[in-house]
Design a protein around this ligand. Structure first.
Ligand code: PEP
Length: 249
């Protein structure tokens, strides 16, 4: 069975709540699609405004992070229940910026993935190598390790419903996109790794996005690759171009 494409925007630390409302309203008519799942992952404070703005549309709202505990003395953190209650459906976990600036590790990624699944949120699980790791030729080993730890103690049926985003760090926000073949090589390796951990059916079901300077000009060729099921989009998700990425065909 063909996998349904999924295109998610990662707004990062951009847009105030009123700007978020305005951007949602601008993008709603542009991202209409019968074939592609569309997600706006927005800053936590923008969630209520974004959920309200996209009501009745094909857009789901996602968060950019969560904490793996249910509640308690974790100043500044946001729980899965809080996100769910606010109307969130997806959550980005383990973005390279969180790994780099906020000390996120493969182990905390695994805890967050399990919490998201337990609560019924769909995690978008990020992985990807640095330029040094690519040059050293260890990128596939590195990403296989990230995937194996992220999915530790996750059941096959739950894994099948998650989304993985392959995001080479050297391509994020740099304007330098992986070539279609580079992106496909890694997305296929991730699918093979899921097959090793679980089975063929889980590997066939799971959706794997490419992220890293996706834009209106390169989305169609990237998304035509057999193991690339859409994109996680940073910079271009904040402008009208996002509609062209969703409607890439
Ligand atoms: C991202 O932050 O997930 C990302 C892919 O950013 P950009 O599209 O701007 O490279």
């Amino acid at each position: 069975m063909a996998r349904r494409k999924i295109v998610a925007g990662n707004w990062k630390m951009n847009k105030t709540p009123s700007e978020a409302k305005a951007l949602c309203e601008e993008l709603i008519p542009l991202v209409k699609s019968d074939d592609v799942d569309v997600v706006f992952c927005v800053p936590a404070i923008d969630i209520p405004a974004a959920v309200e703005a996209v009501k009745g549309t094909n857009i789901c709202i996602g968060a950019e992070n969560l904490y793996f505990e249910d509640k308690g003395a974790y100043t500044g953190e946001i729980s899965a229940d809080m996100l769910l209650d606010a109307g969130v459906k997806f959550v980005i976990i383990g973005h390279s910026e969180r790994r780099e600036y906020f000390a996120e590790t493969d182990e905390t990624v695994n805890k967050k993935v399990k919490k998201a699944i337990e609560k019924g949120l769909t995690p978008i699980i990020c992985c990807g190598e640095s330029l040094t790791q690519r040059k050293q030729g260890i990128y596939l080993d590195w990403i296989r390790m990230q995937i194996k730890i992220a999915f530790q103690d996750v059941a096959a049926a739950d894994a099948a419903k998650t989304v993985i985003a392959y995001e080479p760090i050297w391509a994020i926000g740099t304007g330098e996109t992986a070539t279609d073949d580079q992106a496909e090589e890694v997305c296929k390796a991730i699918r093979d790794c899921i097959c090793e951990i679980y089975d063929q059916a889980t590997a066939e079901a799971i959706r794997i996005q490419y992220g890293g300077s996706v834009n209106a000009g390169n989305a169609a060729s990237l998304f035509s690759k057999p193991d690339i099921d859409g994109g996680l989009v940073g910079g271009a998700s904040l402008k009208a171009d996002f509609g062209k990425i969703v409607n890439y065909k």
